[in-house]
Design a protein around this ligand. Sequence first.
Ligand code: CS2
Ligand code: MN
Length: 340
Amino acid sequence: MIEFAEYLHPRPDAFWTTLRQVGVERAVSTLDRSPNPMGHRTADLPWGRGAVRQLKQRYEDMGLELVGIEDSPPLDRTRLGIAGREEEIEHFCTLVRSMGDAGIPMLCYNWMAVIPWLRTSVTLRGRAGALVTGFDAEALRDSGPTWAGTVPAEQFWDAFEHFIKRVAPVAEEAGVRLALHPDDPPLAPLRGMGRIMNSLDAFERVLEFVDTPANSLTLCQGNWTLMTDDVPGAIRHFGGMGRIAFGHFRDVRGTAERFVETFHDEGQTDMLQAMIAWHEIDFDGVLRCDHVPTLEGDSNMDPSYSFLARLHAIGYMTGLREAAVAALAANGPTGMEVAG
Ligand code: CS2
Ligand code: MN
């Protein structure tokens, strides 16, 4: 049975306990960039060995196992392949080594330079008026390039090849799996940038640069459903190769150019077949619910990461997991091709 995790910032609060009460005992965390984390003065950088060890301990003290980091030192110069990238790569390798030392097995990163995941609205109305986020490329029609100017896809590819050939061996030695998250939205160009992590072919190319489980993927369903009509098939394909290290289990309605985020039970993906696929590949990582709407009375201060709807999503995922396990026990594998 696949375990669930939740994405948390390293500031313990009541939600950490609520999560355990609904059955989630694993966390994927951002780094602690507070100047004086929890009263422990450390000369460490947030990705240094001492700081990462403290991070893991902080979760353990609250009954949560820290199984991944979803963050990185600054990486834009590396993503763009411009001056200053070698220092960035060295800091990234320090994070990987610190994680290996602390026994944190997965690092989720992305190749979105300058503009991280992007929405053009965070106050659209979903089911019964719940607040949801959405993206409409039309809204960016008059937005020119960023400070990075026009960046061709090949520049992103050359920079990625340089990066992964440098970092994958470090990750392999540290026992850490690099889990590349797709661009969100999986769309290019975006304000002048020919972003590249937006298709199945792109991810095949990523895995071919360095053929090791340390060079793996985050299969974020909310973005993959905008790249393919067959999310379960993509899970079986890349999972069958043993190259999925992390899963984001969420859904949307629309296309990469124009979509809205949905509750987990009303999107365009067959979430039961996806959960069955996750179990069919014997996935040994964790899934997290990723983005959720904001329910009546809850805070929309961190759009997509509200509390109440995350509990709804976790409950739904828990039921789906039970159904998937039962379906596979009753019917055996769905007979769908699992690459490998
Ligand atoms: C999410 C991101 O864009 C997505 O699908 O996974 O919001 C992610 O959670 C953040 O970039 C932090 O990694
Ligand atoms: Mn995601």
